[in-house]
Design a protein. Structure first.
Ligand code: PAF
Length: 286
């Protein structure tokens, strides 16, 4: 591990003062919001942040409002000391670790709800999830006041929801997506991969293979319906259960695809045992 120092903030006022001082000195600031349990995908976000700006702040906060009552909030992996060491090693300048009372005081009563974009895909299976995400991200952006904030494309619907909230609320920050980092067998990096048993881990890359198969079929001119049906059957056969969705959507609006002349995204969510995996790939229809 590196012994490079990383500043640590737990409260809003000192964080804002530090960021304001950097920006006042002409140093642009990039925020990388995370829920901790950092892996190489997060560190790729930090690396990209260092390319885009002079100063990098990473936040770590496991946000309760984006977990449903039966989801994994209580068992979500937490290892702050390792996360801080990884961030220091990756060259982040500061870590922001707000506590629950800073983010949600007892009489907290405001929610950000983004309509439309949140209604299908993960939104259908995780009621309230995107409102929790939009609310916490709006707070983090307002607390840190960065020039740029980065989000991974693995959570593609989340990225679009955040972009829309930022645009609709005129928040003075640029939102950038960063391509998904993958294991050599194609599995998208995720903090939840550590829940997978050895047997599940061996099956998990099938999700990406099915998505890329559909993307390749689309660019070769095949029809969407049969491609999706075949992909669904392949996931069922591999042991994903349930497959919550496997869909082709407009890459910008997430609307069901009706026109062939726009970029699309192939997106899926499926369980392997108790672990919910999501992934998506870009596709062009010919
Ligand atoms: O993608 C995540 O890790 C979380 O949803 C985020 C953006 C940090 C908000 O809690």
């Amino acid at each position: 591990m590196s012994d490079q120092a990383i500043l640590r903030f737990d409260a809003v006022a000192p964080l804002r003062a530090r960021v304001a001082a950097w920006r006042g000195a002409g140093e642009s600031v990039v925020l990388v919001p995370t829920m901790g349990a950092l892996h190489a995908g997060h560190l790729a976000l930090v690396a990209r942040a260092r390319e885009l700006g002079r100063r990098v702040v990473a936040s770590i906060f496991v946000n309760p409002t984006q977990f449903g009552p039966t989801e994994d909030f209580s068992r979500y992996p937490r290892d702050t000391e390792t996360d801080l060491a990884l961030l220091a090693e990756a060259g982040a300048d500061a870590a922001y670790l707000p506590d629950i009372a800073t983010m949600y005081p007892p009489d907290f009563s405001t929610r950000i709800v983004v309509d439309g974009l949140t209604e299908g895909l993960c939104g259908q299976f995780r009621p309230g999830h995107f409102s929790g995400v939009a609310t916490v991200v709006t707070k983090l952006l307002n607390q840190a006041q960065p020039d740029i904030a980065l989000f991974g494309e693995k959570d593609y619907q989340q990225l679009l929801v955040i972009r829309r909230a930022v645009r609709d609320l005129d928040l003075p920050v640029a939102i950038r997506g960063v391509p998904t980092l993958r294991e050599t067998d194609g599995l998208a990096l995720s903090s939840r991969n550590r829940y997978l048993s050895a047997q599940e881990r061996a099956v998990a890359p099938r999700l990406h293979r099915v998505l890329t198969g559909i993307a390749e079929g689309l660019s070769a001119g095949a029809e969407a319906g049969p491609l999706v049906a075949k992909g669904h059957a392949a996931l069922d056969a591999a042991g994903f259960a349930p497959v919550q969705y496997l869909e082709i959507r407009d890459a910008e609006t997430l609307a069901p695809v009706t026109r062939a002349d726009r970029p699309v995204r192939v997106l899926a969510a499926a369980y392997l045992g108790r672990t919910r995996l999501i992934d998506n790939v870009a596709a062009l229809r010919s």
